[in-house]
Ligand binder design. Structure first.
Ligand SMILES: [Mg+2]
Length: 325
């Protein structure tokens, strides 16, 4: 297929995906393949993959956690458990109506500089900070992580948040397992109770996620023979971490959360999960298929039918390609 035809198909796929997202909202279904024919083609191409062939690259905030959870930096910057002076200096960074001139990577630099300046959060308060925050797992997230652990599938969490908060959250939910690597911003306490610096420098931000390949180089070299990637995220930039990674197969699942317009997500991701509490269970089922069964194109259809009832019915009538269940 020529490049321009491929581009036309992608544009058409995005438009069709946006329509299905619109319909799925109306039908209260949670999961829609952005472009059914693309999904089926990609999924069928992955039919021979097994657990030993895949890695999962996932965002953390509003992906592993629910869409309306507090996010790492908000949780630290707004916590009443931390000193008043720190909170009042941090507040402008959390005010998205007035901080428009503090954007991009500079935001992270300022946020981290304030933590170091005020020597907060102290190391020993982090468990309480996380426990008392409104930060909850997305439905199906813990099951998915357990599934990945059980099957020894490596997980790389690429997050513009804070490693210390993510680790503590996973620990409190019994999900900080050996197969999980976190590529995010870590507070460096040296031998002290207060943070002395934040690593890496420059920080991992929403705008720089494609550097994950070099930031988490040992993860990728250790798993270089795994050529299939399952990628999860709620922001459009969450597709960036795999940009520099060599792979043969990639399936991406985007979390729309409460965003009113799904068009860009439909273009960026192979499937979209809708709603702040849209479930990760279909992803667990997809992984289960890869782990549990040998090759077979029929599986892609069974996956789709377990994903989305009403939206899929329309998918079938539109493509005319899927067999009866
Ligand atoms: Mg996120």
């Amino acid at each position: 297929m020529s490049g321009s035809n491929e581009m036309k198909m992608l544009v058409a796929a995005g438009a069709i995906g946006a329509y299905f997202i619109y319909r799925a909202r109306a039908d209260k279904t949670e999961w829609v393949p952005s472009a059914p024919f693309h999904w089926e083609r990609k999924r069928a191409a992955m039919a021979d993959l097994e657990a030993k062939d895949i890695i999962v690259i996932t965002d953390f905030d509003a992906t592993i956690t629910s869409g309306d959870s507090e996010q790492c930096h908000d949780l630290v910057g707004g916590s009443k458990l931390l000193p008043d002076g720190f909170r009042s200096e941090f507040a402008p960074l959390l005010d998205w109506t007035t901080n428009t001139n503090i954007d991009g990577v500079e935001w992270w630099d300022q946020a981290h500089a304030l933590m170091i300046k005020h020597g907060t959060p102290q190391r020993n308060i982090i468990p309480r900070l996380v426990r008392e925050a409104k930060m909850v797992p997305r439905p199906g997230a813990l099951e998915m992580l357990q599934h990945l652990e059980r099957n020894g599938i490596p997980v790389l969490i690429v997050s513009a948040g804070l490693t210390d908060v993510i680790e503590e959250f996973l620990r409190q939910h019994g999900a900080l397992s050996e197969n999980v690597t976190i590529c995010s911003n870590r507070l460096n306490y040296e031998a002290d109770a207060t943070p002395k610096s934040v690593a890496p420098e420059p920080p991992i931000t929403s705008f720089t996620k494609e550097y994950a390949y070099s930031s988490a180089s040992s993860f990728f070299s250790q798993h270089a023979d795994r050529r299939g990637i399952i990628q999860l995220g709620d922001s459009l930039t969450d597709v960036d971490p795999a940009k520099k990674v060599p792979y043969d197969h990639l399936l991406s699942i985007g979390f729309l959360n409460a965003r009113p317009d799904g068009r860009k997500h439909a273009e960026a991701f192979d499937a979209v999960v809708i709603g702040n509490n849209g479930s990760l269970r279909p992803v667990a089922e997809l992984l289960n298929e890869i782990v549990g069964h040998p090759a077979g194109i029929m599986r892609s259809f069974s996956t789709l039918s377990s994903m989305s009832g009403a939206a899929l019915t329309r998918t079938r009538s539109w493509t005319g390609a899927a067999p009866s269940p």
